[in-house]
Structures are given as C-alpha cells and as structure tokens.
Design a binder for this molecule. Structure first.
Ligand code: A3P
Length: 304
C-alpha cells in the first residue's frame, strides 16, 4: 500500500496497478465472477479521460433503434450515464452486491478502468468488443486532482497539486501507471483492431462527426445516409454535449447511492485546462517521462 494516492487514503498495488481499498474488492469480484458474452461492449478508460461522455455516446448509438435520439423522454435525459453504463468493478462497491448482469438486454453496455492484463479471461477470449478512451496526461492529471479534492472536501483534507503530481510521475494514480494502462491497450488495439477501438478525448472534441461514425461502424451499428440526412449525428452529439448533460436535472442534483454527486463528473470539459495549473518544471518533467515511455509506440498526445 502507498499512502495518499487517492482521497487522502491508501491505494494498493494490485497486479501492478493502483487501486483504493474500497474498489479492490470490486475488481476481484469482476475478475472472478464476470462472464463475458460475445455481444458485450465494454468501454475501457483511464479515469478522468471523458468516460461519462463516451458512456452517453455509446448508449445513444447502440440504443438508436430502441430509443430514437428524437424521443422526448430519451433515457439519457433522465438517467446519469454511469447508471446506464455501469462500471463492472465499482458495481460491487456501490450496491454492496454484484448485479445480475445476465438480466441486461443484449448487447450489454458495460465499463471498466481495469488494465488489459487484469481483465477476466472471458473478456480477452470472447468476441466482446472493447472501446478504449484516453486523454492527454496533463489534462487527465488536472481533472483527477480536482475530482479527488472535491471528493475529499468532507474529509477535511486535500491533496496538494505538487504532492499528487509527484505521485502521478512515479506512476501512482488510479488504475495507473497511466502510461502502462494506455500503452497496453494501444498495442492490443493495433494487434486486434476488430476487438479494440482506441480513441482519444481530443480527437472526439476536434472531429466529433468523424469519430462518432467510426465508433458506430466499429460497433456494427453504422449510421445510414438517410439517418445522417435526418440529423441523427448532430442530434446525438448535441444530446451528449457537456452543455446539455451537465445542465440536466438528474446530473445537477442526482447522486450515487454512496452519496457522491453526479455533478462531480462535469467540470469544464475542455482541452488545455492544464495551462492554468502547470509550471514549466511540471511540463518538462512529465514530457520527459511521456517521451521515454511512449518512444517508438507511434502514439502522440494532443495538448491543445
Ligand atoms: P474536466 O475535469 O477536465 O472538466 P470521466 O468521465 O472519465 O470521469 O472524466 C471527467 C472529465 O470529462 C471531466 O473533465 C469532465 O468535465 C469531462 N466531461 C464530462 N462530460 C463531458 C462531455 N459531455 N463532453 C466533454 N467532456 C466531458
């Protein structure tokens, strides 16, 4: 265990990644009890990379036949995306029991932060599709710093940015080291492009229509020309936009059964907020690590 990695408490190194004690039990339950099905779609992310956004995009895309995006009482308007696409490993912690995933209608839409090597064998061996999302490490770090400090406000404690940054650079971050998480999925997505789609937050921000169509094709629910002409792509992007989701009643006032407010998952939703916090020394230090870790991988982050 390592002190202070998360919410002023310990994080454990389990199978080479860091997780707080309250999620460790859920990770083990996921590994031991979850049985993947070929039709499953699992969203995998590094924490704070835009999971909430991609959960909503996935949900609207995959359910487009069941719930047209033009439906007045679309489920996304009254439910938080984390309720519609649950985290496999957090389910145990949040509800105190493992949900019966077999009752979910097919295709089951699920999510996880667990690194590739620690996924249950059935996920790796089945035809389950994985959509992976990451974000540039500077914005991911700043988002995480705000998130943890907001969570621990009630605990009369805060993590200073310097303290948390040093830990991040040592590889101590939720489900990190960050670079191991990203690189493993990146390599897997190159080896097995029909199983894993690798996406970046910045790419979706800059080219939302292209990325949404790529996602739909990967999930084998392509958007037809007719649908596109009817404005389906624009409507999905509008429905899932930061502005729309963050202002919905459910997301401004709702909370998990554990008491954490849904609005913690909506802060700024922009590329480049790191510029308001990073010193030149911090940028240099992280650049150096990222260059070394990602050397030769072909993966490049975008910071603006
Ligand atoms: P910031 O803290 O930089 O604002 P996660 O969902 O993985 O926990 O990531 C949360 C980050 O995604 C937060 O980033 C949050 O504001 C941003 N986010 C949430 N919903 C979004 C949306 N619809 N579009 C873009 N960014 C979004």
């Amino acid at each position: 265990p390592k002190d202070k990695g998360w919410v002023g408490s310990y994080v454990y190194n389990y199978q080479g990644f860091w997780t707080p004690p309250r999620f460790l039990q859920g990770v083990i339950a996921f590994q031991q009890q979850f049985q993947a099905e070929d039709s499953d779609i699992i969203l995998v992310t590094t924490p704070k990379s835009g999971t909430t956004w991609l959960k909503s995009l996935l949900f609207t895309l995959v359910n487009q036949v069941k719930h047209s995006i033009f439906e007045l009482n679309h489920p996304l308007l009254v439910n938080n995306p984390h309720f519609l696409v649950p985290f496999l490993e957090h389910a145990l912690y949040i509800d105190g029991r493992v949900p019966d995933f077999s009752t979910f209608t097919s295709p089951r839409l699920l999510a996880t932060h667990v690194p590739f090597a620690s996924l249950p064998k059935s996920v790796q061996d089945s035809k389950t599709k994985l959509v992976y999302l990451c974000r540039n490490p500077r914005d991911t770090f700043i988002s995480m710093w705000h998130f943890t400090n907001n969570l621990i406000l009630h605990h009369n404690d805060t993590n200073s940015i310097e303290e948390m940054f040093d830990l991040f650079c040592e590889g101590v971050s939720l489900y990190g080291p960050f670079w191991n998480h990203v690189l493993d999925y990146w390599k897997q997505s190159i080896e097995n492009p029909t199983k894993i789609l690798f996406l970046m937050y910045e790419e979706i921000k800059k080219k939302p229509k292209i990325l949404l169509k790529r996602l739909a094709e990967f999930l084998e629910c392509p958007i037809s020309i007719e649908e596109e002409n009817c404005g389906v792509v624009d409507e999905i992007l509008k429905m899932c936009s930061f502005e729309n989701l963050s202002n919905l009643e459910v997301n401004t006032n709702g909370k998990f059964s554990t008491g954490e407010a849904y609005n913690l998952f909506f802060r700024k939703g922009e590329i480049g907020d790191w510029k308001n916090y990073f010193t030149i020394e911090m940028s240099d230090k992280l650049n150096h690590i990222i260059e070394e870790k990602f050397q030769g991988s072909g993966l490049k982050f975008s910071y603006v």
